[in-house]
Design a protein around this ligand. Structure first.
Ligand SMILES: NC(=O)c1ccc[n+]([C@@H]2O[C@H](COP(=O)([O-])OP(=O)(O)OC[C@H]3O[C@@H](n4cnc5c(N)ncnc54)[C@H](O)[C@@H]3O)[C@@H](O)[C@H]2O)c1
Length: 256
């Protein structure tokens, strides 16, 4: 069984680093024409040749509109709504308007801005795949991470609703729930959690691991490979699913 995306055109948000980057590279490797964007120009410069990049802050719809004006005339088959920021780690009463709004803007608003641009094309061609990045915080509660959790629960609702609304047009919509993903962002999240709870980072790392049945962290490439499978024809009748790639998260906040 060889997964191929030969001839498919894909747009991935925030492909400069982390899972977006891993997904851009994996999809490029199996034949897709990949377009991606990121707020960090330097990270985009280090992507493999052939991946087409745009510098863009996805929290502004006009930025995304400019990209879509350029790429949609060439057609599109797959949208990966990957961008999402972790937001603050603090009690709800200490969260500022800006902290709340930026988490929503990148985490859920940007997904909406992308979806409303690609859906008319997908409907016209009567095919299309949308994959939204969620989080354990979008299917479970996560104390001290209210903006992030609220944004991700919004993505879960958005995903399920889009799958129902667009299914009759042969447009598939699924969500991916990454677990504890190794990388710089996880290190930042662990440090912030340790500071907020006044415990050692190693203790936070241990808590996150034991919150999963398999007591694990996962690599960005594992998420990328699951996205490739879902986007490929092997997933042609998979829609409306929220797929966790996380060793089965039981809780995001073990109180041990
Ligand atoms: N890392 C984890 O453990 C984890 C776990 C669960 C869910 N997620 C979700 O998975 C997705 C990818 O996470 P990640 O950890 O790979 O991301 P990341 O934090 O590593 O960031 C990836 C890229 O996003 C870019 N970015 C940030 N703000 C942007 C903006 N406004 N516009 C454009 N680009 C922007 C960054 O420059 C970076 O290159 C996110 O939606 C995240 O919420 C991550």
């Amino acid at each position: 069984m060889n997964i191929s995306l030969k001839g498919k055109r894909v747009f991935i948000t925030a492909g400069g680093d982390g899972m977006g980057r891993a997904t851009a590279i994996a999809m490029h490797d199996i034949g897709a024409k990949v377009f991606t964007c990121d707020i960090d120009e330097d990270s985009l410069k280090t992507l493999p040749q052939g991946i087409e990049t745009f510098v863009c802050d996805v929290s502004e719809s006009s930025n995304l509109d400019q990209i879509f004006d350029e790429i949609l005339p060439q057609g599109l088959d797959i949208l990966v709504n990957n961008a999402g920021i972790s937001g603050p780690t603090k009690p709800v009463e200490e969260i500022s308007d800006d902290e709340w709004d930026s988490c929503m803007a990148v985490g859920i608003n940007a997904q909406f801005y992308c979806v409303r641009r690609v859906v008319p094309i997908f409907k016209k061609q009567q095919s299309g795949v949308i994959i939204n990045l969620i989080s354990g915080a979008g299917i479970l509660g996560f104390p001290n991470r209210t903006p992030y959790s609220a944004a991700k629960w919004a993505v879960t609702g958005f995903t399920k609703t889009l799958a129902m609304e667009l299914g009759p047009d042969n447009i598939r919509v699924n969500g991916i729930v990454p677990g504890n993903v190794n990388g710089d962002r996880m290190e930042r999240v662990i440090s912030a959690h340790a500071l907020a709870d006044n415990i050692e980072p190693e203790e936070v790392r241990r808590m996150y691991a034991i919150g999963t049945s398999m007591q694990c962290f996962v690599d960005p490439e594992e998420i990328a490979h699951s996205i490739c499978f879902l986007a490929s024809d092997f997933g042609k009748h998979i829609s409306g699913q929220i797929l966790a790639v996380d060793g089965h998260t039981e809780t995001l906040y073990p109180r041990s």
